[in-house]
Design a protein around this ligand. Structure first.
Ligand code: MLC
Ligand code: AMP
Length: 501
């Protein structure tokens, strides 16, 4: 047995013959995963004994190669930096450069995309199929000795300052985040979950994939969300858990509505056999909650979390789930509400949510000032406003108008504005999120044009698609002579939003 094995790996040995992953590539046991990730680790190490926290960026669709690579990076002592399959080159370049990746691993489907990036010059490039095919590392330790305090992962997330920042979590942070959810949501090795979320954010990585593998459960992975495929798997009747963002439930409801009556009945009956269905990453509209209950028999369990902290608040698995509430602190998580001066406020008074506990991240990568600013007396400042009512928290929105949530993705209005300002016809612009029943918020851009130039939404979208992830591309455009401004000349976002209503 190798020394100081990570708990996730050590636990997998106890479930060796059980099914771990079902994906496009086939079905794989925990033993398969241990062997494959050992081969990847050996390949990454390439005769070194420890990657010593070198960053390894990897780009693979949700599936077998993704998981074997992620575990291989961890076992080799590297820091896993997941890249988004939906991102255009400009965004991939930012993550690879900012994380100072030493190695980039790409699934064959994405090998060409990665090879053509400027950011990979001088970086070691590998293909997942090559890494997985390597013979076992000759020494008994196919892994480095990894202390739990070491960095494990960097996930990029948008903030109020321009480009996305890298959120660094240690192995200990990840373990705390996972154990909290495994306890609260009563995960066992008999669970089976369908993963439909992207694997460059914590909802998919931690709540679904890593919790499942920690518990010895089965994780079935779809490379991308497709409402009819999801329904047909939910209809299979052998899953126990499902987790998604509100937009996905909205899309599943729309697909159910258009299905023939007989299929609706069989989907609904099979869905009712799951033991738990969870919603999070954005506010769950009351209407979605109600419709889903009628269709599936499930009152969705709504919870609240963030890349920097994992999950913090949750409605109960047993007991009443309150619509509009995100429940109470999860095991091991401390939550308080504070006013603008940092004073703790009591029940019934709105305040900013602050969180403390072993799941809270280590730092923003290479941004010590941002890290310092994100904490107050050891508490992480979320930027979300909430109120405590009858012992449970209700979220009231974000303290910054420049943070948008669309389709469950956190998006910085400032980042989009910076990109749009480089378009030749755009003299000045303001981006806002406008409430939308399907997406939560829709990205809308108001633009002052350079005269006599013109701009249509289709032109702007075609141009933006090359530079921004699909969910950051504006969905509505208003060309205005002058953006609304206050007496100080600052653009007033509520008035900009009013242009789209
Ligand atoms: C895509 N489209 C959008 C859009 N995104 N339109 C409006 N707003 C958006 N945000 C459009 C596309 O342009 C395209 O249009 C069509 O929708 C289909 O695009 P797609 O990319 O194929 O979309 P789809 O796969 O259906 O994506 C929807 C989704 C996806 C909900 C499955 O957004 C998703 O996976 N979201 C989950 C994000 C997530 O995991 N967040 C968690 C972050 S962690 P056209 O015209 O070209 O057809 C976190 C912490 C926590 O938040 O608490 O969990
Ligand atoms: P991210 O930075 O992508 O991890 O997104 C975290 C943000 O998602 C939080 O700060 C909240 O604003 C939002 N969020 C997560 N869960 C919920 C929820 N249940 N209701 C409302 N907002 C949520």
């Amino acid at each position: 047995m190798p020394r100081a094995e990570l708990p996730l790996i050590a636990r997998a040995r106890q479930h060796a013959s059980r099914a771990a992953i079902v994906a496009a590539e086939g079905a794989f046991t925990y033993q398969d995963l241990l062997e494959a990730s050992g081969r990847v680790a050996g390949c990454l190490l390439d005769r070194r004994s420890d990657l010593a926290e070198a960053r390894v960026a990897f780009l693979a669709p949700a599936g077998w190669h993704y998981v074997a690579t992620q575990w291989g990076i961890w076992r080799a002592g590297g820091v896993a930096v997941p890249l988004a399959t939906s991102h255009p080159p400009a965004e991939l370049e930012h993550v690879i450069r900012d994380s100072e990746a030493e190695i980039v691993v790409a699934h064959p489907e994405f090998a060409e995309t990665v090879r053509s990036l400027d950011a990979v010059k001088g970086v070691r490039l590998l293909r997942t199929d090559e890494a997985l095919a390597q013979p076992r590392h000759p020494t008994p330790g196919t892994q480095a000795e990894v202390d739990e305090g070491r960095r494990a992962m960097i996930v990029y997330t948008s903030g109020t300052t321009g480009k996305p920042k890298g959120v660094v979590t240690t192995h200990g942070n990840l373990r705390a985040q996972v154990m909290s959810l495994v306890t609260a949501w009563e995960w066992t090795a008999d669970d089976a979950i369908l993963l439909v979320l992207p694997l460059h954010h914590v909802h998919g990585i931690v709540n679904v994939l890593t919790c499942a593998l920690w518990a010895g459960a089965r994780c079935e992975m779809l490379a991308r969300f497709d409402a009819n495929r999801v329904w047909s798997r939910l209809g299979g009747g052998d899953l126990t858990l499902f987790m998604a963002v509100p937009t996905i439930y909205h899309k599943l409801i729309a697909a159910w509505d258009t299905a023939p009556a007989e299929r609706q009945r069989s989907w609904s009956a099979a869905c009712a056999r799951l033991r738990l269905m969870v919603s999070g990453s954005a506010a769950l509209p009351a209407q979605t909650l109600e419709r889903w209950k009628t269709i599936s028999g499930h009152t969705l369990l709504e919870r609240y979390g963030m890349t920097e902290i994992g999950m913090a608040l949750s409605n109960p698995v047993r007991g009443r789930r309150r619509p509009g509430s995100v429940g109470t602190p999860l095991p091991g998580v401390e939550v308080r509400l504070v006013d603008e001066q940092g004073g703790v406020v009591g029940p019934g008074t709105a305040g900013e949510v602050e969180v403390r506990g072993p799941g809270v991240f280590l730092e923003y990568w290479r941004r010590p000032d941002a890290t310092t600013a994100a904490f107050r007396d050891g508490w992480f400042r979320t930027g979300d406003m909430a109120v405590l009512e009858d012992g449970a928290y209700r979220l009231l929105g974000r303290s910054s108008v420049d943070i948008i949530k669309s389709g469950g993705y956190k998006i910085s209005a400032l980042e989009i504005e910076e990109v749009l300002r480089t378009y030749p016809a755009v003299a000045e612009c303001a981006v806002v999120g406008v409430a939308d029943p399907e997406w939560g918020e829709k990205i809308c851009a108001a633009v002052e044009l350079r005269q006599p130039m013109e701009l249509s939404l289709a032109e702007l979208q075609a141009w933006a698609k090359e530079r921004l992830a699909p969910y950051k591309v504006p969905r509505a455009l208003r060309c205005v002579e002058a953006l609304p401004r206050n007496a100080m000349g600052k653009v007033t976002k509520p008035e900009v939003a009013a242009l789209f209503r």
